[in-house]
Design a protein around this ligand. Structure first.
Ligand code: AR6
Length: 176
């Protein structure tokens, strides 16, 4: 599904296979790998990725740092750290929004034109998917309104259920 003059796309795919300038990794504060999409990205990129992330000194929740993509089809990986869901009263919404904003800022600063996001925090970290989707789509839309350099943002869902939630939320967010 395409939105916002084709600048936002929702797909159901494995993010490690996408030929984009940058893929976003839902990492943890150590940046030293883990399960979920983080594990998949490290496996596909190869051990050089871990060598580089070791030099970064970790990453705060809500922030983002960039590395090369190594054996991935993507040129870069932008590692961001989503909030762990603690019930919604621990600043989770703002921290998740910050992940999308900071990742897009880092992308723009590195001349990234095409970028793919997974559904940050909605796996192991337990953020409710619909609420996270609304935040993701709003942050991406607002960023693209004022930025002209990023051509395409892909929301890469993992599985049909997540894809359908994204598409339904997009219809509400974009009113189509
Ligand atoms: N492509 C696209 N999306 C994927 C893929 C993939 N190959 N694999 C999983 N997902 P999670 P989090 C989706 O748990 O909640 C790690 O251990 C998945 O279905 O990967 O931010 C880190 O090191 C879900 O929709 O990340 C951290 O410790 C989304 O990616 C912790 O998990 C995010 O799920 C971060 O937890």
């Amino acid at each position: 599904m395409e939105l916002f003059n084709g600048r936002i796309e929702i797909i159901d795919d494995d993010i490690t296979t996408l030929k984009v300038d940058a893929v976003v990794n839902a990492a943890n504060r150590s940046l030293l790998g883990g399960g979920g999409v983080d594990g998949a990205i490290h496996r596909a990129a190869g051990p050089e990725l871990l060598e580089e992330t070791r030099t970064l000194g970790g990453c705060e929740t809500g922030d983002a740092k960039i590395t090369k993509g190594y054996r991935l089809p993507a040129k870069y990986v932008i590692h961001t750290v989503g909030p762990v869901w603690h019930g919604g009263k621990s600043n989770e919404d703002e921290l998740l929004a910050s992940c999308y904003r900071r990742s897009l800022e880092v992308a723009r600063d590195n001349e990234v034109r095409t970028i793919a996001f997974p559904a940050i925090s909605t796996g192991v970290y337990g953020f409710p998917l619909e609420r996270a989707t609304e935040i993701a789509l709003n942050e991406i839309k607002n960023f693209l309104k004022s930025d002209k350099s990023i051509e395409k943002v892909i929301c890469c869902c993992f599985g049909k259920r997540d894809y359908e939630i994204y598409v339904n939320m997009a219809k509400r967010t974009f009113g189509s």
